[in-house]
Design a protein around this ligand. Structure first.
Ligand SMILES: Nc1ncnc2c1ncn2[C@@H]1O[C@H](COP(=O)(O)OP(=O)(O)OP(=O)(O)O)[C@@H](O)[C@H]1O
Length: 757
């Protein structure tokens, strides 16, 4: 029925300028908002002079029933909902007649004005009502019967804000802003928005609203000069931010910053001289905001982003205070260690004994070692002894990721959570537990602590009360944290009390995985005996064929009875034949192909298709949903869902449900950007996880990523089988390259030498 109505309407609705018979212009009134999520709306529109409604979808903002709109778009056939107008451009015209004006005034955005008051206003001021109210202010409204001064003020503000916001957003949309971004900019800069965007768009980069390149485009279209101070400062900030976030550095040599900023600024035409960059850099290091903070901190010949400098400084102070503490060991200490050995029938190695003793002598202890060297066993022993010595003590166990914390809970048999949750870090990034409100605990054990970046480590140490002990457990040879810093390694190198476990307990003679992980770590090529069946190297030169072999290996393992959740392809990179993007597409088609009823089992996000039964990974922390970056799950339903995120309304919407470790989590369609297919994931994302079988492409196509710690991290993720596919040359380069972990950090230098434990 609806399709017929639209067809009736369609002939008079084409917009010839767009030159396409399916494009249309539609004037009408919003009858109902059928669905809204963020900027995306599904609207029931009453076309002008018609009774029937049609459906329109697209990006809007601030709409309410009764709004008059002009819509431009294309008629499409939705596979479930029939014909609808897919809107590409729209306008909310100033109401021109009395009826439109009444609808505008009585819309939900103007609180306190219903149909009757709207009619009264229009009766008094006619079609000029809006102009008069905006010009004369609340007084104009006080003249209406039944509107007092307070209500007049309220109504005036609502009319003004709506008018202003609409003007601002409509001005920003042609510059490539989305409605949501335009509103965020308006929220930040208010009535100065258009002026700022058109005269100094780089201000928007300061508050992370847009990036440097977008600001540069806006500036170019506004005809702004290329050598303005705002542009130069923004370029410097961009370079520093890029290098710290993508390479994990905490500081950069000033010379590098100057050179790279010049390259960025002059990438199209030479417009900025070196001395201007030097001056701008110096200003960024000296001009403080109202809180006394500069953007950058100069330290000799290097610069830090201010926040990283402060974090490093505070972490160093806290660590210095803790790591220097020495207490005499309790007389009963050895007795308890012996009791643990008796109870578990395990004879602890001398280093394991050392760790059990050290925790009662110092407030900070680091326990490190490769796979199977007994870190978990030692942690258990330390916990046992500590509890015997301090039966009343409160102990907290945590890890940087959800997966690592779940594994910690599994192997220790105790409760464990993420560090973020433990610290009560909210959406605003503020921690509930901090220097003024320390964690109520006597011993904190952090597992996988090599994944803890500088900013997280600073928060953890800042939230410790004097006397709280910390045991950091981790493998310093794994990849460092994704975020800036190399905390665990720096602490050890600075001489913080640490115990390195070296003896390999886990079936070293049988397990080639453990053996080869240690060989890789020493810079030796893996030794492979295919007869043992747990470590394979399939030689192939051509990256396309490497990808074929990976797909075939996955299929083979499935045929042999492994579940897809047990098999993980780990790639050094996202791009290329052997990158996650391409392999995920291929593996999805093979492992979980489209079936006859694809429309009912699939949902798309951009170019990405998510299908029922797909294996997916969460790509950022979402506290509202209780899922974290790196969590892997399976899509268990596609269709209508009710999301359980903090920030969503509870309206049912199109989406999917994903099962993560027994917990079902719903995503609406526009939340799907936080998911990716997980048949293949990057090695970085795999940190802190383990899989039965791991398959790793190792080709010179990912040359820049061929690094020892990357390969080591990939191999140590496997429990039963590791398969490398690629060339000897690539394998050799990776094994020999131990440069990648070198990061520019200052933590080590900020710490004075400690007495070793
Ligand atoms: N002193 C010991 N004597 C005998 N077996 C031990 C000893 N210490 C640890 N093990 C055993 O060695 C195996 C590996 O130890 P554990 O799991 O603690 O190592 P890990 O360093 O935590 O390994 P991974 O980092 O790979 O998880 C376990 O089976 C553990 O019980």
């Amino acid at each position: 029925m609806l399709a017929v109505q639209i067809d009736l309407f369609q002939p008079q609705a084409t917009e010839p300028a767009m030159g396409d018979a399916r494009t249309a212009e539609l004037r009408g009134t919003v009858r109902r908002i059928i669905f809204q999520k963020g900027d995306f709306y599904i609207l029931a529109i009453s076309p002008e002079q018609r009774k029937e409604t049609v459906t329109a979808t697209g990006e809007f903002f601030n709409l309410a029933p009764n709004d008059s709109l002009i819509l431009w778009g294309e008629w499409v056939d939705h596979n479930r909902f029939g014909k609808q107008l897919k809107v590409t451009r729209w306008e909310r015209p100033q109401p021109t007649n009395e009826a439109q004006l009444r609808e505008y005034l009585s819309s939900a955005f103007i609180k306190g004005v219903g149909n009757i008051k709207a009619a009264q206003i229009v009766n008094v001021y006619g079609t000029n009502a809006l102009d008069i109210i905006l010009e004369q202010g609340p007084k104009a409204l006080e003249a209406i019967k039944g509107i007092g001064p307070r209500q007049a003020e309220q109504i005036y503000k609502a009319i003004r804000d709506r008018h202003e916001l609409h003007r601002v957003v409509m001005n920003l949309l042609p510059l490539g802003f989305t409605p949501k971004l335009a509103q965020r900019v308006y929220k930040k800069f208010g009535s100065r928005t258009i002026d700022i965007v058109k005269t100094d768009p780089y201000r928007l980069t300061e508050v992370d609203l847009i990036g440097f390149y977008r600001a540069d485009q806006i500036a170019a279209s506004a005809g702004l000069p290329k050598d303005g101070d705002g542009r130069i400062q923004a370029a410097i900030r961009h370079v520093v931010e890029e290098q710290t976030s993508s390479l994990g550095h905490c500081w950069l040599p000033m010379e590098d910053v100057i050179e790279q900023s010049l390259m960025l600024l002059n990438r199209e035409a030479r417009s900025v001289e070196r001395q201007h960059v030097e001056q701008a850099l110096s200003r960024l290091c000296t001009l403080a905001d109202d809180k006394g903070r500069t953007v950058l901190v100069q330290n000799g010949q290097v610069v830090y982003p201010s926040w990283l400098y402060q974090a490093e400084q505070r972490l160093a102070e806290n660590v210095q205070a803790m790591a220097g503490v020495r207490t005499d060991p309790s007389a009963n200490l050895d007795r308890h260690i012996l009791a643990y050995e008796r109870a578990t029938r395990i004879e602890l190695a001398p280093e394991q004994w050392q760790a059990c003793r050290a925790i009662s002598q110092t407030d900070l202890l680091i326990l490190t070692g490769g796979p199977g060297t007994g870190k978990t066993q030692t942690t258990r022993a330390v916990l046992y002894v500590f509890e015997k010595l301090h039966p009343e003590a409160k102990i907290l166990l945590a890890a940087p990721t959800g997966r690592a914390s779940r594994r910690m809970a599994e192997v220790t048999g105790r409760e464990a959570g993420t560090l973020h949750r433990m610290l009560g870090i909210g959406k605003d990034g503020k921690a509930q537990y901090n220097r003024d409100n320390p964690l109520p605990c006597d011993l904190l054990v952090v597992d996988e602590s090599s994944m803890m970046d500088l900013s997280l480590a600073y928060r953890v140490f800042d939230a410790l009360a004097p006397g709280t002990k910390v045991l950091l457990v981790g493998d310093t040879d794994q990849l460092p944290s994704v975020g800036p810093g190399n905390v665990l390694k720096d602490l050890i190198e600075a001489g913080c009390p640490s115990v390195r476990l070296t003896r390999i307990f886990r079936q070293a003679e049988q397990s080639q995985i453990v053996l080869n992980a240690h060989r890789i770590n020493r810079g030796q090529a893996p030794q492979i005996n295919p007869a043992k069946g747990d470590f394979f190297f399939i030689r192939q030169e051509d990256p396309e064929k490497v990808a074929d072999l990976i797909v075939r290996s996955v299929v083979r393992l499935i045929q042999k009875g492994m579940g897809i959740e047990d098999i993980q392809v780990l790639c050094p990179m996202k791009k290329g034949h052997t990158g996650t993007d391409s392999l995920n597409r291929r593996l999805q088609e093979v492992v979980n192909p489209a079936r006859g009823n694809a429309a009912m089992e699939e949902i798309t996000y951009g170019s990405q298709v998510f299908r029922l039964r797909d294996k997916v990974i969460q790509t950022k922390n979402n506290y509202g949903k209780g899922v974290f970056n790196g969590d892997i799950g399976t899509i268990v339903s596609v269709g209508t869902v009710q999301t359980n995120s903090d920030d969503s309304d509870s309206e049912p919407a199109e989406g999917i449900a994903v099962q993560f470790n027994g917990q079902e989590v719903a995503y609406t369609q526009d939340e799907l950007g936080q998911l990716a297919l997980a048949y293949a994931i990057t090695v970085h994302k795999s940190q802190g996880s383990e899989f039965k079988a791991v398959i790793v492409p190792i080709t010179t196509q990912s040359y820049v990523m061929l690094a020892r710690n990357l390969l080591y991290t990939a191999v140590t993720r496997s429990r039963e089988m590791a398969v490398l596919v690629g060339t000897d040359k690539a394998l050799w380069i990776a094994v020999k390259n131990d440069k990648v972990s070198q990061r520019n950090t200052g933590l080590k230098e900020k710490l004075r030498p400690f007495n070793s434990c």
